[in-house]
Every structure is written in structure tokens, then in C-alpha cells.
Design a protein around this ligand. Structure first.
Ligand SMILES: Cc1cc2nc3c(=O)[nH]c(=O)nc-3n(C[C@H](O)[C@H](O)[C@H](O)COP(=O)(O)O)c2cc1C
Length: 176
């Protein structure tokens, strides 16, 4: 079984952490579920993500961690603009589809209800409790992921829709 590499921090030897235990531990950190979107090479790109967080209020910054092997990685680095759709509970099918490996790249949003952001024109999913449009400020290395930091240039807050989609212990949930 693979393990995280041993390392040292100052004078202290850091014991190896088993990767399965790491995944289970961070899986207990309950999150919402996003779909990040961009437009590059004349195509929409979209990927389910939960490594998303707000960073700063002045300026308005958020980040998403994107696996370097994901097709979305090259697309978002190339385009420099992206959307974040924070899914509602009816968006579970969209989340599952946009996380499935090997789905066709072209036309992957054909079956996903979406509209265009007013500022960047990126796709934003209709089954969302909120959406953001972002312009990349910086891309930082983060192991096998990149940390994509973006300035928020637009926000949508639909009212009276269903509650958020939740992700906990590798499973989709609702707040009820
Ligand atoms: C609930 C959930 C959350 C995910 N979060 C992330 C994430 O934050 N970053 C990431 O790179 N991949 C994440 N993934 C995996 C990607 O959605 C998946 O690898 C996707 O197929 C990548 O698509 P692409 O290769 O077309 O870019 C997540 C998957 C699921 C099911």
C-alpha cells in the first residue's frame, strides 16, 4: 500500500502517514460540492470539486485545488477565467457526471442545465445555491495539485431554491 513520503521537520522525524488513513481523516471534514468551469480551446470544461474555500475579503479571493492530471488543469491555467457553481441538492447527478473519469470532453455540459456568467461568459450550473465568476490571480504548486487563486468578479445568489449538496465520508448528503 502506498504511503506519504517520510520527511523531517526541523529536528523531528515525521512518521509516515498511510494514505488511506489520510483520505478517511480529511473525508470527515464535511464540505459542500462545487462544479468549477472554464472555457478554453473553444470548449467548455467542467469538473466536480470540493477543495474550494474563500480566502480574502479585501480583495475578494477564493481558491480551488486542481489535480495536475485533470484535464481541467490545463484548461483553467490557459484561460485564466473560471466559474464556481456551489451545487444544490438536486445537482447530485451533475456532480457525479462531472467527476466521472473518461467522460467525453466535448459536449460534457450538453445534459447539464447551465447558463453563461455575465462578466466572463463561463458556464454556471443552474442547480446551484450560489455561483461565482473568477479571474486567476496566481497558481501555486501544491504537490500533485495546483492551488488556483482567483479574484471574484461576479456573484449570483438565487433565492428560494433547494438546500445545498453536502459531501461527507465519500458520500453525497443533504442537510435534512
Ligand atoms: C465530491 C468530489 C470532489 C472532488 N474534488 C476535487 C477537487 O477539489 N479537485 C480535483 O482536482 N478533483 C476533484 N475531484 C475529482 C474530479 O472531479 C475528477 O477527477 C474529474 O473527472 C476530473 O475531470 P477532468 O479530467 O475532465 O478535468 C472530486 C471528485 C468528487 C466526486
Amino acid at each position: 500500500m502506498s504511503t506519504a513520503a517520510a520527511d523531517s521537520a526541523g529536528d523531528f522525524a515525521v512518521p509516515q502517514v498511510e494514505i488511506g488513513a489520510f483520505r478517511r481523516a480529511v473525508g470527515r471534514f464535511t464540505t459542500g460540492v462545487c462544479v468549477v468551469t472554464t472555457f478554453a480551446g473553444r470548449h467548455d470544461h467542467a469538473m466536480t470539486a470540493n477543495a474550494f474555500t474563500s480566502v480574502s475579503l479585501d480583495p475578494l479571493l477564493v481558491l480551488v485545488c486542481v489535480e495536475q492530471d485533470a484535464r481541467f488543469h490545463e484548461a483553467v491555467v490557459e484561460s485564466g477565467i473560471w466559474g464556481v457553481s456551489i451545487l444544490d441538492v438536486t445537482g447530485r447527478g451533475d456532480a457525479e457526471w462531472l467527476a466521472s473519469p473518461g467522460r467525453p470532453l466535448i459536449g460534457q455540459l450538453d445534459t447539464v442545465a447551465h447558463h453563461r456568467g455575465d462578466v466572463t461568459g463561463v458556464a454556471l450550473l443552474d442547480r446551484s445555491v450560489a455561483t461565482l465568476e473568477c479571474v486567476t490571480e496566481n497558481v501555486f504548486p501544491g504537490g500533485d495539485h495546483s492551488i488556483v487563486l482567483g479574484r471574484v468578479v461576479a456573484v449570483e445568489l438565487p433565492t428560494d431554491g433547494p438546500g445545498p449538496l453536502i459531501y461527507h465520508r465519500s458520500g453525497y448528503r443533504s442537510l435534512q
